[in-house]
Design a protein around this ligand. Structure first.
Ligand code: NDP
Length: 485
């Protein structure tokens, strides 16, 4: 399972120069991380703790999310971007059958959609394996003697190449980018079915190879949470990393570009609102790509397993539900969402400010983590912002050997990056106005998800850092908004 380096880690492709932090016994804590105690079999989760409502909650979520996606798309196409509701005299059974029939009609997974989706996946794999990039180290893995896996990061180049390829395919009419708007339903169905298919393959392949980790023995729950922690193909491709960035955010960006092109072809111009989405989705996709090496030490990479939750969400949920705002705009006449210049400019400024906090806060913490391990990778990918790296940061030296940052954004509030992310996504709703609920699905969903995530992470950190976490909370009393809450 170790990375077999196709390029030399920390050689000519990356440098580990830059500030470092005096080392403690970083990463030697194996006591509470991952809910395991020393000596336990890492394949068994003996914590008796179930998240997301256990078997019932996860089972319902797996059925609910795909159905919700089809339901929302039917609303977008046939119900003037409203949630489909039964008519006054309409029996519920008839209504359900009608919506199912409409979903079949507007989202049949065509051969072309399969070809485009999996062609895109294959192309991304090729870019992952061939383009230049940098190497970075993951967090220590307690049940593997704290080994830190090497990750190859070249998403930024893949992003540029993907954008250039989409332009060439559009101009040469090999695949007009407007396909993503015109045949969105088919593409979405392929994403949904592929997410489910890959979840099964990932799960049973891990069981077959004996690579399972933290299993509870409840099939539905384990299937949702995943079986394997670090799935890799031939040691070359880290599947969790691969799916986390390239698929969701690149597709999302391409959908908003498709909407802009579609609008230009139909109206002869692009509205400031659709341009807003192109900018917003570019910012997000570019941030994930340029800081790919920083994603390695986030919670998804180091703790979550490769199960339905991550796979489905990355292959279908993020790219094909987060775009409902821009789909709403392109489906309606601009007169429905024509705001005055002041409102438009304010929303652009709001987006850019929220992005700044999101980018710099995540950078500060993740670069701090790299600095203390002496593996900070200096990159110059655009845009490099002021205050991304903290010089001489203050931190708490914890009794378990770890550290907790107490300066920069993390010194102002413990989860200020969640707030900034929420503000970004809220601006995606605001730019659409309030005529349709569909663009507001994302901010509402994200708020519920991120609150739950903040609670899960706090719970985990409290167990991991014990009294030092209490001291951290004393020094940084605010959770989401400095000096407020
Ligand atoms: P974090 O990057 O905050 O990771 C949490 C971990 O950071 C903790 O478990 C802990 O891990 C470490 N940590 C916490 N406090 C400190 C501290 N003071 N000093 C040093 N390390 C600390 O969160 P996420 O991985 O959840 O999110 C990263 C970004 O991704 C966020 O901006 C979030 O909004 C975004 N996101 C976006 C989603 C979307 O769908 N748009 C979905 C999920 C996330 P340890 O101590 O073990 O290192």
């Amino acid at each position: 399972m170790e990375v077999r380096s196709r390029r030399k880690p920390y050689g000519e492709n990356g440098s580990t120069s830059g500030p470092t932090i005096p080392k403690g016994d970083v990463g030697s804590d194996t006591t509470t991380k991952d809910n395991l105690r020393m000596g336990d079999d890492h394949r068994v989760d003996n914590s008796s703790e179930f998240e997301f409502g256990g078997v019932w909650g996860t089972g319902l979520a797996m059925v609910f999310f795909p159905l919700l996606m089809w339901y929302m798309w039917v609303g977008q196409v046939y119900y003037n971007s409203q949630f489909p509701m039964p008519g006054k005299e309409e029996a519920i059974g008839n209504f359900v059958r009608k919506v199912a029939k409409l979903a079949y009609e507007c989202s049949y997974p065509t051969k072309k959609a399969w070809l485009v989706y999996w062609g895109f996946l294959a192309y991304q794999s090729l870019l992952y394996l061939t383009l230049p990039g940098v190497w970075a180290k993951g967090n220590p893995i307690p049940h593997r003697n704290n080994v830190r896996l090497d990750y190859y990061c070249n998403a930024i180049w893949a992003f540029y190449f993907t954008t250039a390829t989409a332009i060439v395919f559009h101009v040469a009419q090999i695949l007009p980018i407007t396909f993503l708007v015109d045949e969105f339903g088919s593409f979405m169905s392929v994403g949904i079915l592929s997410g489910i298919l890959v979840s099964f393959i990932g799960y049973f392949s891990a069981i077959y190879r004996g690579a399972q980790h933290r299993m509870t023995g409840r099939f539905v729950y384990d299937f949702f949470m995943g079986a394997e922690l670090n799935p890799r193909i031939f040691g070359l491709m880290d599947l969790k990393m691969f799916l986390e960035i390239r698929l969701p955010w690149f597709i999302l960006f391409l959908v908003s570009c498709a909407a802009a092109v579609k609008q230009y072809e139909t109206l002869g111009y692009v509205t400031p609102q659709v341009a807003f989405f192109v900018l917003a989705h570019w910012l997000y996709a570019n941030a994930c790509s340029k800081g790919e090496e920083l994603v390695i030490t986030t919670w998804d990479m180091s703790y979550e397993k490769w199960g339905y939750m991550l796979i489905f969400w990355n292959m279908a949920g993020v790219p094909l539900t987060y775009c409902h705002g821009v789909l709403y705009l392109v489906k309606h006449n601009p007169s429905v969402y024509q705001w005055c210049t002041g409102v438009n400019v304010s929303l652009y400024i709001f987006l850019l400010c929220a992005y700044y906090v999101f980018d710099t806060c995540n950078s500060q913490k993740n670069r701090f983590r790299q600095m203390e391990k002496g593996t900070l990778v200096i990159r110059k990918a655009f845009p490099q912002l002021p205050w991304q790296t903290l010089k001489n940061p203050k931190f708490i030296r914890c009794r378990n050997g770890g550290t907790l940052l107490t300066s920069g954004w993390y010194g102002l509030a413990r989860k200020v990056h969640y707030t900034a992310d929420f503000c970004q996504l809220t601006s995606w709703g605001l730019i659409c106005g309030f005529s349709s609920p569909l663009p507001w699905f994302l901010p509402a969903f994200f708020m519920a998800m991120i609150l739950h995530r903040a609670w899960r992470d706090t719970d985990r950190c409290a167990k991991k850092y014990g009294a030092d976490w209490e001291e951290y909370k004393r020094q940084v009393p605010y959770l989401f908004i400095p000096y407020v809450i």
